[in-house]
Design a protein around this ligand. Structure first.
Ligand code: F6P
Length: 322
């Protein structure tokens, strides 16, 4: 069957994530294998507007599957948020003969892809944020690496926290979502896990919990705090004052976005990249690639953007028991 598209563009947008390179590699190699020309667009939508566009070959993506970050660079573009910027973006795609576009990124990037679709560009989104906060999918690129990186860092903080018999508040990324916090909370056996989706701001309850655990002989107390709640340093000061137990805050920050992708991130990102090319080759557009209930699938981008997601209640309940 003949490909419905002749030239595909690929860009990464928003926060980078380990595994994005695996997805880019898959888009390029799957495209080339089908005889489709693949153009790499540097620096996301900002680069599209600046026409930072170059043809990629199988060789352009050698030696990248094991690397964190994105070889295409990424950016957040103010200009592209405007209707004029989006219209210009579509015109630039047409000027370069790009009749299919793969966008690897989060919610904001999906909005950009949807806007281009309205201007007649055939687009497919691949879920890119480490935060796992895309409602249409159970997997997002980089989440697995990010939680493993954070888990290892928290193990280390736990060692010193135990030696000093301290309380530690460890803040993990996730924007407004608590998935990274929940997973680390369970994996690191945290005493308290504070999620934006569930936290009631009852700090006295945390203080009481720390005092009770200390009375029962616990030598440390680990609190995983999600970025969406934040204020870990001031929280630590208040907890120390109220409990008399030395309390330190550690904000893990950008280390969670870097590093070599895990096996899962390499494989899932590769499958998603190749699937995005299949979708475009079939002439289907305005889609997002997804992993749902153990199966790789795709959804209409406009429907996907309307979907809602919440922390799995059973996981949250179990985290409280353990
Ligand atoms: O979406 C990934 C993420 O790392 C979030 O966890 C965080 O809130 C945000 O990006 C930080 O973005 P920036 O790189 O603009 O500081």
């Amino acid at each position: 069957m003949e490909n419905a598209v002749k030239t595909i563009g690929v860009l990464t947008s928003g926060g980078d994530a380990p595994g994005m390179n695996a997805a880019i590699r898959a888009v390029v190699r799957a495209g080339v294998a089908k005889g489709i020309r693949v153009m790499g667009i540097r620096r996301g939508y900002a680069g599209l507007l600046n026409e930072e566009i170059e043809e990629m070959t199988s060789r352009s993506v050698s030696e990248i599957i094991q690397k964190g970050g994105t070889i295409l660079y990424t950016a957040r573009s103010e200009e592209f948020r405007s209707p004029e910027g989006q219209k210009l973006g579509a015109e630039i795609c047409r000027k370069h003969g790009i009749d299919g576009l793969v966008v690897i990124g989060g919610d904001g990037s999906y909005k950009g892809a949807a806007a281009l679709a309205k201007h007649g560009i055939t687009t497919v989104g691949i879920p890119g944020p480490i935060d796992l906060d895309i409602a249409s999918t159970d997997y997002t690129i980089g989440f697995d690496t990010a939680v493993n990186t954070a888990m290892e860092a928290i193990d280390k903080i736990r060692d010193t926290s135990t030696s000093h018999e301290r309380c530690s508040i460890i803040e993990v990324m996730g924007r407004n979502a608590g998935y990274i916090a929940l997973w680390c909370g369970i994996a690191n056996g945290a005493e308290d896990i504070l999620l934006p989706e569930r936290y009631d701001y009852n700090e006295q309850a945390i203080i009481n919990h720390i005092i009770e655990k200390r009375k029962n002989g616990k030598s440390h107390h680990i609190i995983i705090n999600a970025e969406g709640i934040g204020h870990s340093t001031s929280m630590a000061r208040r907890i120390e004052a109220a409990t008399g137990i030395e309390t330190r805050a550690s904000i893990l920050g950008y280390m969670q976005r870097g590093g070599r992708p895990t096996c899962r991130d390499r494989v899932y990102a590769s499958v998603m990249g190749a699937k995005a090319v299949d979708i475009l080759a079939e002439g289907r557009g305005s889609r997002v690639v997804s992993y749902r209930d153990g199966v790789f699938t795709d959804y209409d981008i406009f429907e996907a953007m309307e979907m809602q997601k919440d922390i799995p209640e059973d996981q949250y309940r179990i985290s409280k028991i353990l």
